[in-house]
Design a protein around this ligand. Structure first.
Ligand code: PLP
Length: 363
């Protein structure tokens, strides 16, 4: 049996570092907004290459609070994709704004930048691209259209810790970028967590207040904020794991190469990495015309796969009010064909071989 992911396995590598980190926090007896969070924010900002990082409770809150801090509100339109995890779009809706969907590129599964301009109106305020599956969105073209129209760009980098576009890490292209530390992400906590990175000191200061009830000074509330803090235990875990991230990402890329080679010449559509982009393969997603049959037959052979995502956002019941008109043919086609194979840095070579054998038998 090969599970889709097995988070326990990392303990064989880092257990010796995790245990003292957890104990350190318990012994200090300071559990929120303390030195672990502060140090982690500095270390993560340095890792991405931004001046500031503000840690919050989740990637979803990172997105929500960033859009809120930029003044996104009712009447505004935000350009994004429907082929993403729901919370990209929730962040827009929860701020009262309207998401405007652009179709995706069938090779990278990220926004088709050439189609953005046609969807811009005088209400458009922001472009919110997603670096989906760990592959960077087409940032040059996105920034060019944003500049032409005076729009801001916020990166949803929740799946792309360490991914590079033209040699630069994602997270440095927009006004800010949001990362998630959901346990299965390339950098995952032992619970929920997220962070916003930015070079904008004012935005960072506002986010620090927004995550903590709008207060700068305890019990003095300058605006209505929320409770959204990364806790010290998670920050301590993330500090340990950040030191291993590049090595784990390299392992993900090596596994992707193994899959690529093993599946070359099959009927599957394989992930496509642009020559100037480095995906960190949060997911390894193939496409198959008979996806459901393939998934079932792999399961019968003990190989667990998943679908990211089976229903695009504009087809979700929660978003029924948006179902009007969107012409998103690529989004609608690929969601019936995509299949995510097991992908995590602790996958063994013999498991990769077994997965490849199973896939070829099923095809
Ligand atoms: C995981 C994810 C989020 C949300 O992050 P959480 O930490 O789970 O709230 C947002 N966008 C994308 C693309 C994600 O993959």
């Amino acid at each position: 049996m090969i599970p889709f992911i097995d988070l326990k396995r990392e303990l064989t590598e880092i257990g010796d570092e995790i245990a003292p980190a957890l104990l350190r926090v318990a012994e200090r007896g300071w559990f929120l907004l303390g030195e672990e969070t502060e140090s982690f924010e500095e270390e993560f900002a340095a890792y991405i290459g931004t001046r500031h990082a503000v840690a919050v409770n989740s990637g979803s809150d990172a997105l929500f609070l960033t859009l809120q801090a930029l003044g996104i509100q009712a009447g505004d339109e935000v350009i994004t994709v429907s082929h993403t995890f729901i919370s990209t779009v929730d962040a827009v809706i929860r701020n009262g704004a309207t998401p405007v969907f652009v179709d995706i590129d069938p090779e990278t599964y990220c926004v088709d930048a050439a189609q953005i301009e046609a969807r811009i109106t005088d209400k458009t305020k922001l472009i919110l691209p997603v670096h989906l599956y760990g592959h960077p969105a087409e940032m040059d073209a996105i920034l060019a259209v944003a500049t032409r129209h005076g729009l801001r760009v916020i990166e949803d980098a929740c799946q792309a810790h360490g991914a590079r576009y033209r040699g630069r890490k994602v997270g440095r292209f927009g006004a800010a970028a949001c990362f998630s530390f959901y346990p299965t992400k390339n950098l995952g906590a032992y619970g929920d967590g997220g962070i916003v990175v930015t070079d904008d000191a004012d935005l960072a200061a506002r986010l620090r207040m927004a995550r903590n009830y709008g207060q700068r000074r305890k019990y003095y509330h300058e605006f209505v904020g929320i409770n959204s803090r990364l806790d010290e235990i998670q920050a301590a875990v993330l500090r340990v794991k950040l030191k291993h991230l590049d090595r784990w990402n390299a392992r993900r890329r090596a596994i992707a190469r193994n899959y690529d080679e093993g599946l070359q010449g099959s009927t599957l559509v394989l992930p496509h990495e642009r020559p100037y982009a480095e995906s960190m393969y949060h997911l390894y997603v193939v496409r198959c015309a008979e996806r459901d049959r393939l998934q079932q037959q792999l399961l019968e052979r003990g190989v667990h796969t998943q679908i990211h995502y089976p229903v695009p956002v504009h087809r979700q019941a929660a978003y029924a009010q948006l179902a009007r008109d969107p012409s998103l043919p690529v989004t609608e086609r690929v969601c019936g064909e995509i299949l995510s194979l097991p992908m995590h840095p602790f996958l063994h070579d013999d498991e990769i071989e077994a997965i490849l054998t199973a896939v070829k038998e099923c095809l």
